[in-house]
Design a protein around this ligand. Structure first.
Ligand SMILES: Cc1cc2nc3c(=O)[nH]c(=O)nc-3n(C[C@H](O)[C@H](O)[C@H](O)COP(=O)(O)O)c2cc1C
Length: 146
């Protein structure tokens, strides 16, 4: 791919990641599936932040989900809303960027009761090599990668 092609691809990904962020934000709750040995584990999540061109989720250091991601970073996210649904397959990369933590706490002040940006109680992950598929009962699937 030439330089122009790379720039176009970056713009396309930037638009795509915004659409994924907006959908997860509007849905409010999504379900995060991880792998525990040879078994799936799924639970509701709600934290979502678009920061520095990356989509972050947040969890706690002591949780099983954190241990599972340390063993296997591959995860899926699923959300649904108004007859549509979104499924994302991605690698979750641990990135305890201080500013990302601060922004997450600003967005969801209730988290401050449990977490502090200055210690490792709060764990931030961003989605890498993500393939996000939008589905509905009425239109063809749309795939966005970022
Ligand atoms: C609507 C809703 C949203 C939630 N969002 C989060 C979240 O973003 N991060 C988190 O760590 N826990 C969140 N939780 C709590 C987790 O689902 C819960 O701690 C779960 O047990 C974590 O999975 P684990 O037990 O496998 O570690 C949420 C719970 C609900 C009901």
């Amino acid at each position: 791919m030439n330089w122009e092609g790379i720039e176009m691809e970056k713009r396309r990904n930037a638009v795509g990641i915004d659409k994924v962020y907006d959908y997860l934000n509007d849905a409010g709750t999504y379900f995060l599936a991880t792998v525990d040995g040879d078994k799936p584990k799924v639970r509701p999540f709600g934290t979502i932040l678009l920061y520095d061109g990356k989509l972050y989720i947040q969890t706690g250091n002591g949780k099983d989900v954190t241990k599972q991601l340390a063993g296997n970073p591959h995860a899926e996210i699923c959300a649904c809303m108004d007859g549509s649904w979104l499924r994302i397959a991605a690698e979750l990369v641990l990135d305890n960027n201080h500013e990302a933590k601060v922004r997450m706490l600003e967005k969801l002040p209730a988290l401050k009761q449990m977490y502090n940006a200055d210690d490792d109680s709060m764990q931030m992950y961003y989605l890498r090599d993500a393939s996000a598929a939008f589905f509905s009962f009425t239109s063809a699937p749309e795939i966005i990668t970022f």
